[in-house]
Design a protein around this ligand. Structure first.
Ligand code: PEP
Ligand code: MG
Length: 570
């Protein structure tokens, strides 16, 4: 048995056969051939195979993910039957006597380049379709398998170098029992999604793809952050036991679903959920979420090949607001960038995507996209208790510009006879240190803060949240982070505003006592963490935690903080 150590990204134990979700090697040599007819036959056969495969993928995607996500594969099928693409390939094979791999690649590359240079957004998007289809046909020519998460149809553990958020969204919980990756951190979005899907996961193992072969038996221990490859029957048995204990613990927590989130000395906090799609509401209900503290709307824009329309967005926001039946719903405007990419927007690659053109920066520049979203939100505001939140605010000017655009769209809608709620609170994510430091000034103009520690920690410590090599610097309990959090909460309270936290730290066992002591009003986390957090808070005294934080803020290191919390909560 080989064991790997990684980062515990999503709780639970999973035991199943490995399924490698790894990019195949599609390299080949350009060759001269002497039988063009046979080569063309090979080409046609691989096109046929690609077609049947895509039809199956489209069907699976439609059943599991919905018609909008399946539309991408529809576009791919169209490319496969396009004579404008097929004819030049066959001509090149006949005239130049080259192998089909070379003819296919050269013709496809020419079309990709041509489409990429077009002004029209729709045409630009076709470049990505051609690239994908070419890969598929090449894989059949070369006899290697292209993997696709939506094709998995038996119980497996997915092994990957990394999973993008849209790969993760395609994982079918029925079959994917767990996953492990070489890279990534606890706050990479694939880890966050694994938690909301309740799929045990270990990320940042560095060598999972090198060590694990297809079909190996794998145990993913998402509680400790360990992966065991081809374990002995005794180890499997031990882990089955751990799994049962964990399930029993969850059943205990589940008894608190309708209870209040009050500390032992009677102080109420709000335990809210982070969601990515209206489908997540079911989990919020099952786990007793009192509000939505963060709706990451960017997932609405992913896994498709064009921007969602105002109407599609309106329907999604309305569904969430209605589903929450008047409870607060904080919707964050588009936060694209970092590890969340939108290939169809064709944004230039950046050296430091987490420090680049993303989130509110992009929205203030690409105002059509921003205004469409704001209109959808304003129209949906009538259906529940909507609060709008801007991501990645670094300066007051950014906040004021975004607010002005929102106000303009509101007036336009009212001018057109539309009704809009008069009580929409407007807040910001505090995830950039400049904003935390200037929180007293922001607090005069916003209605609330939500502290985004996933980013705040990476920017404060200058340690990429996706990079496991610097994950030792990713320290939520560092006194430096705790002081920033205190500044933000105090600033909000001094202006009679509320402060929440929607970074993963809000659901963390060591952080919760400290956040309670610091006076955080709202804790927003993966829905699956809520009941455990509620159970913990009900056993803590706020007065004692205030005393604890008073001491902790003057400590020097993270390990001292952890020790102090453990001593105080024993
Ligand atoms: C954060 O940065 O803490 C946050 C909640 O946003 P995201 O994880 O989507 O960047
Ligand atoms: Mg963030």
């Amino acid at each position: 048995m080989t064991s790997l150590k990684g980062i515990a990204a999503s709780n639970g134990i999973a035991i199943a056969k490995a399924y490698r979700l790894v990019e195949p090697d599609l390299s080949f040599d350009k060759k001269t051939i002497d039988n063009p007819a046979a080569e063309i036959e090979r080409f046609r056969l691989s096109m046929e195979k690609s077609k049947s495969e895509l039809e199956l993928i489209r069907k699976n995607a439609e059943e599991n993910l919905g018609a909008d996500k399946a539309a991408i594969f529809e576009a791919h099928l169209l490319v496969l039957s396009d004579p404008e693409l097929i004819a030049p390939i066959e001509e090149q094979i006949t005239n130049e006597k080259v192998n089909v791999e070379a003819a296919l690649k050269e013709t496809a590359d020419m079309f990709v380049k041509m489409f990429e240079q077009m002004e029209n957004e729709y045409m630009k998007e076709r470049a990505a379709d051609i690239r994908d289809v070419t890969k598929r046909v090449l894989s059949h020519l070369l006899g290697v398998q292209i993997v696709n998460p939506s094709m998995i149809s038996e119980e497996v553990i997915v092994i990957a170098e990394d999973l993008t958020p849209s790969d993760t969204a395609q994982l079918n919980k029925q079959f994917v029992k767990g996953f492990t990756t070489d890279i990534g951190g606890r706050t990479s979005h694939s880890a966050i999604m694994a938690r909301s899907l309740e799929i045990p996961a270990v990320v940042g193992t560095k060598t999972a793809t090198a060590e694990i072969k297809n079909g190996d038996l794998v145990i993913v221990d998402g509680l400790k952050g360990e992966v065991h490859i081809n374990p002995t029957p005794e180890t499997v048995q031990q882990y089955q036991q751990v799994h049962l204990q964990y399930e029993a613990q969850k059943a205990e927590w589940a008894k608190l679903v309708n209870e209040k989130s009050v500390s032992a000395d009677g102080f109420h906090v709000e335990l809210a959920a982070n969601i990515g799609t209206p489908k997540d509401l079911k989990g919020v209900k099952l786990n007793g979420g009192e509000a939505i503290g963060l709706y990451r709307t960017e997932f609405l824009y992913m896994g498709r090949d064009q921007l969602p329309t105002e109407e599609e967005q309106f329907e999604a926001y309305k569904a969430v607001l209605e589903g929450m039946e008047g409870k607060p719903v904080v919707v964050r405007t588009l936060d694209i960038g970092g590890d969340k990419e939108l290939p169809y927007m064709n944004l230039p690659k950046e050296m430091n995507p987490f420090l680049g053109f993303r989130a509110i920066r992009l929205c203030l520049e690409e105002q059509d996209i921003f205004r469409t979203q704001l209109r959808a939100l304003l129209r949906a505001s009538l259906f529940g208790n909507l609060k709008i939140m801007f991501p990645m605010i670094a300066t007051l000017d950014e906040f004021r510009s975004a607010k002005k655009i929102l106000e303009e769209e509101k007036q336009k809608l009212i001018g057109q006879g539309q009704k809009v709620s008069e009580k929409i609170e407007l807040g910001i994510m505090v995830e950039i240190p400049s904003t935390a430091v200037l929180a007293d000034q922001f607090a005069k103009e916003v209605d609330f803060f939500s502290i985004g520690t996933n980013d705040l920690i990476q920017y404060t410590m200058a340690a990429d949240r996706m990079n496991q090599r610097v994950s030792y610097l990713y320290q939520p309990y560092s006194p430096s982070i705790l002081r920033l959090v205190k500044m933000v909460i105090d600033a909000a309270h001094s202006q009679g505003k509320w402060a929440g936290m929607c970074g993963e730290m809000a659901g963390d066992e060591i952080a919760i006592p400290l956040l309670l002591g610091l006076g955080l009003d709202e804790f927003s986390m993966s829905a699956t963490s809520i009941l455990k957090a509620r159970s913990q808070i009900r056993n803590l005294s706020k007065a004692d935690m205030e005393k604890l934080t008073g001491e902790v803020l003057n400590l020097q290191t993270t390990s001292q903080v952890i020790e102090a919390v453990k001593n105080a909560t024993k």
